[in-house]
Structure formats: structure tokens, C-alpha cells
Design a protein around this ligand. Sequence first.
Ligand SMILES: *Cc1c(COP(=O)(O)O)cnc(C)c1O
Length: 448
Amino acid sequence: MNTEELIKRDIKNIWHPFTQMKDYENEAPLIIDRGKGIYIWDTDGNRYMDAISSWWVNTLGHSHPRLNEAIKRQLDKIEHVLLAGFSHVPAIELAEKLVELTPEKLTKVFYSDNGSTAVEVALKMAYQYCQQMGKPQKNKFVALKNSYHGDTIGAVSVGGVDVYHKIYKPMLFDIFQAESPYCYRCPMGKNKESCDIECMGSVEEIFCKHHGEIAGIIVEPIVQAAGGMIIYPAEYLKRLRKLCDEYKVFLIDDEVAMAFGRTGKLFAFEHAQVVPDLVCLAKGITSGYLPLAVTMATDEIYRAFYDDYEKLKTFFHGHSFTGNPIAASVAVENLKILEEEQVIESLPPKIEALRSNLEKFRELDCVGDIRQAGMVGAIEVVKNKETKEPYRFEERIGHKIYKQALKRGAILRPLGSVIYFMPPYAITEEEIRQVVDIGVDSVKAALY
Ligand SMILES: *Cc1c(COP(=O)(O)O)cnc(C)c1O
């Protein structure tokens, strides 16, 4: 394969996501040929450790024999069929499994095909529920600063990352925005020792004043991922659940990035022992194989839509590839693997290896914060450790570190000045040591 030629053809016709295409004048995209476990290889045969699970989707590792087999089995039966008026075994099995694995209150599974749509569905369900239950004035949402819920307009409306979202403001619906539980840069000026989740006050204030207009609050559980792998205490979710009950506001739990073991539990909400009203799932649901998403709802929500057709309470929402049989069959197999091979139960030593290795960043005076939740580890690079002065985004410090890491054979795609490790669970403790060492060396090479 002629890599030069492939790059030319790529750039000629492909407009890449989250990419300033002009950058490709100097840095060509890597053309990936194959993958196995935590590694991917480019067309020149160079090997890279996929330390970000291919944008957080690939939980078990690339080219997993059981997942490959599941696709092949399903492919010879039916590749796709609509899910309105029709159903199929993989969709039925997956829904059963998800209902079994989640708390009793979550009884219904609505399929779509990506994380953004799972979020759109949850927002529309919460909204329509209020409309149909005689509370039409409850038509707004609360979201947090630094939140990311996807790139479609509804999902962007509840987003809180200015670089991605600000320009679209005139296109978006209005929301109430609460403070982000960003412990390193605490909006309340507290630190770990003095914190009593004071930032919850910002949610409470909004609920107190406006609960009559609020249908739901949407949050990323435990980790505000795209906002910079901002990790917050489970106690926050606990208190949020209480506030939601008190003010009759739906708790929408966007588990798109964190479900299926990423934080060390099957679902991140389990850390807080709370039950959300709506749960959004995507990314790791197929272990990164195929696009599939789910919005789980309670019976209470489902019931508000259940009536004679002419009452017009139907949830008129669906995508062409909703609940695709091949994707659903991979998801079913993924859940079987997690269970049968005790994948999540086997994570603690790896989580501990990540924790102890991340300590190596402590000595670098450009690393302001080290944070971790299960199989997510992150460091925040700063200009001044004392004042926490950040790098300006134009300095692209994360990108410089990323390029250094690529040279050393690891993919550490940054979020601004945050470098994170989010590898497939197939990674070994030794490989965790290797990739963190590459991280340390890359930070040094980029900054010193
Ligand atoms: C990635 C992500 C989404 C969007 O999912 P897509 O499949 O990219 O549309 C939504 N919410 C969270 C928390 C995410 O990390």
C-alpha cells in the first residue's frame, strides 16, 4: 500500500471531524490498516498503542475474536430491518439484558444509533412527558458548565464547552447553566479538604427559582469527559438525585462515555447508588464496533406516552438504523463477555497500576492536577503550578504533547491542555507503565 498516495486521496475528498483541515498541510492523518487488542497499525507498519480507545468507544480491544464472530453469525441472518412494526432477536436480547443489569426502575429501552441521538431522545422524552402530564410550562433544561453531550443541535444546546459550542448559540434553545463540579478549579474557591459540594448550591438555586419551568437536568456521571476529564465525587450525584426528587425534575444521566466499566463499575451512576430517570448509552455499548445507542426510561415516563393513537401521545422519533441487528448482536456479545470473562471484576489491579504510574507526573512543575476515575486517568498541564495559570488554547500545548507521544508509539489525543489515558481494558499493567512513561517523556519533550 502506498501511504503517500492514500493520504493524497484522503485529503482530496474527506472533511475530517473536529479537525482544522489546514493542519493536514503539515501533519497528514495516519492511515490505519489493522488493529489487535490495544494496538493499531498504520499502512507503513508502524504500531501505536490506542491509549484513548479510539475516541472512548473501544472498551475490550480491537479485533476481539468473540465480537468478530458475533458479527459474522448475525450477518448471514439479517443485516438490517426497521424497528417500527418489526423486531428481531438481537434487539430483544439486548433490551432484556440492559433492563436486567440496571436498577428495577429502568424498564424501557429506546434504540437509536449514536450518543448525540441518545441524548436528544432523552431530552425529547422528558419534555414530552411534561407536556402530556399537564405541566406544559416545565419545558426547560438545566446543564452544567464544561458539559458535553454531543454535536447535534439539541445536544449542543445542553453543552457547556465554549470552543465547541459558542458559535452556535443563536441556533440553540435556552437552558439554565449550573456550575461545573471542577474540583481543581473549584468555582466556589474550595479545595478537597474544605469541600462540602458547595457547587450543588448553584443547581439548588436554579431549581428553587425555576423548578416550575424545568423538565430535567442532564449530567455526565462522575466524569465531565470532553470538558477535560473533570472528575467529581459521587456524593455530587447523590445530592443531585435528592434535589431532583425534591423539585420534581428528571435526572438525565448521560453515560455515553462512562458506562460499561470505564469508571470501574458497569454504570457510573452505581458509584452514587442513585437511579436516574433516563440513561443515555452509546460508545462502549458495542465495544466500539458499530454505531448503536440506547435511551433507557422508567415505567413512569413510558406510561405518559401510552394511550389511544388519536390522543397523539406517540413518541414520534426514530432513525433509519435504529437498533440495527448487527450492532445489537455485537452489543449482546459485548455484555456476555463482560459478564462471563469477569472483565470489570478484573480491573482493580489495572486501575491501581494507572493510579501509581500517574504519580510520576507529580514531579513535573507543569502538571497542575492528576485525576483518575477507574480506567480514566488525566493530567492537566499548566503554565504555573502555583497560580494554576493555564496555557492559552492558541499555544496548543496538548497537541504538541500528542505529537511527541505519536513519535513514541502511543495515541494520547488531548483535550486542550488535558492529557488523558483511557485505554481498552485489555491493557496489561506493564503496558500501563509503558504508556504513562511515554506520556511523561512526551510532556518533557514538548515543554522542556
Ligand atoms: C461522545 C459523547 C456524546 C456523543 O456521542 P456521539 O456518538 O459522538 O454522538 C454524548 N455524551 C457524552 C458524555 C459523550 O462523551
